[in-house]
Design a binder for this molecule. Structure first.
Ligand SMILES: Cc1ncc(C[n+]2csc(CCOP(=O)(O)OP(=O)(O)O)c2C)c(N)n1
Ligand SMILES: [Mg+2]
Length: 357
């Protein structure tokens, strides 16, 4: 009756682009200069859009906003790896990748301004609506991935969540299903160190979040989430695995939320200035900028032009938002049920009468 080892594994961490902008050539994915420049532009546009959205909220022109500042590489890297046919199943901090996947920026703003029409994406945009209930999107991602397999589609479902979301039962149920049924799903955890005021250390006793995949028979990998090349390379590998029928992957992208949890939060009340400053040194945009400069692909004039172009694009999205006709208040009752229950019907009628009077 010997004691034997029945399971053993390791979790790899992938880093390619160092904070000083130097890359590990041996691990560098095959991207041409135009693709790398596009990654940089996308990340800068995301930041400009995000910072402007925070200002709109402060000016009372929008509702709550969850800033993504600091997490641009985790979203731009995944977006570049995805094919046109792949589906995105976001949580609530993924506006960067949502826009890259074809969701119009003004609709993202409309959603956070409280307008139901912000979730009605144009036909052909393969993106699920924003999911605020933490962890609820993982089940959708697993189910969608299973359905894509059953339909014999090449497409893969890529679902996002935060470090906090890995403590929800939904996360574990989704991974379990996805593992058993070899769902064509890639789970991306943006581990930004915090779930509102709960630090990563208070979330789980696991050494990594990636290792949670192993319990479900799924490969898990940790990447430097502020390293856009590592994010891209790990996502390519995971997508390839899913496409060839070998099932899901869990990617833990270690990053940092440089802003508040939302505009209703003050992160200064629960985390130190030193911690934030240390992460600013690891800023994903600065890092890619250093790489581009060293390669002679970038300079101040180009940076200035990009800033102008990004600001212009953001303004156009705000104009489109503000040009929308006011929402119909009765919309809050619509779209949930194919046939509206009688009690909601009654409430809707009474609201319509109240608005009309
Ligand atoms: C089921 C549920 N519980 C609580 C909340 C409130 N809430 C919103 S975001 C959040 C923390 C999420 O943290 P994490 O998953 O790390 O994502 P991050 O906000 O860092 O992007 C909480 C507790 C919620 N929206 N849904
Ligand atoms: Mg978090």
């Amino acid at each position: 009756m010997p004691r034997t080892t029945v399971f053993e594994s390791v979790i790899e961490r992938l880093e390619i682009l160092a904070p000083d902008g130097v890359v590990d050539e041996g691990l560098m994915p095959g991207l041409n200069d135009d693709q790398v420049l596009e990654l940089y532009r996308n990340m800068v546009r995301m930041r400009v859009f995000d910072e402007k959205a925070v200002k709109l909220q402060r000016q009372g022109r929008m509702g709550t906003w969850p800033p993504l500042k600091g997490q641009e590489a985790a979203q731009a890297g995944v977006a570049l790896a995805m094919s046109d046919d792949d589906w995105l199943v976001p949580a609530f901090r993924e506006h960067g990748i949502m826009i890259l996947r074809g969701v119009p920026g003004h609709l993202v703003l409309a959603y956070w301004a409280g307008d139901e029409r912000g979730s009605a994406f144009p036909d052909g945009v393969r993106c699920f609506p924003i999911a605020v209930p933490v962890g609820s999107q993982f089940g959708h991602g697993a189910g969608l991935g299973m359905s894509l397999g059953l339909r014999g589609e090449q497409a893969v479902a890529v679902t996002f969540g935060g470090d906090g979301a890995t403590s929800e039962g939904d996360f574990h149920e989704a991974l379990n299903f996805a593992g058993v049924f070899k769902a064509r799903t890639v789970f991306v955890i943006q581990n930004n160190g915090w779930a509102i005021s709960v630090p990563r250390s208070g979330q789980t006793a696991s050494a990594t979040l990636a290792q949670k995949a192993l319990a479900y028979g799924i490969p898990g990998v940790q990447v430097d989430g502020n390293d856009v090349f590592a994010v891209y390379a790990a996502t390519m590998e995971a997508l390839e695995r899913a496409r060839s029928g070998d099932g899901p992957t869990l990617i833990e992208a270690v990053t940092y939320r440089l802003g508040d949890h939302t505009t209703a939060d003050d992160a200064g009340r629960y985390r130190t200035e030193e911690e934030v400053e240390a992460w600013k040194e690891r800023d994903p945009i600065l890092r890619l900028g250093r790489y581009l400069q060293a390669r002679g692909l970038w300079d101040d004039a180009r940076e200035e032009m990009l800033a102008e172009e990004a600001a212009k694009w953001v303004s156009s999205q705000i104009e489109a938002l503000e040009a929308m006709t006011p929402p119909d208040p009765a919309d809050i009752f619509r779209y949930m049920y194919a046939e509206m229950p009688a009690n909601l019907e009654e409430q809707m009628r009474s609201l319509i009468e109240e608005v009309a009077s």
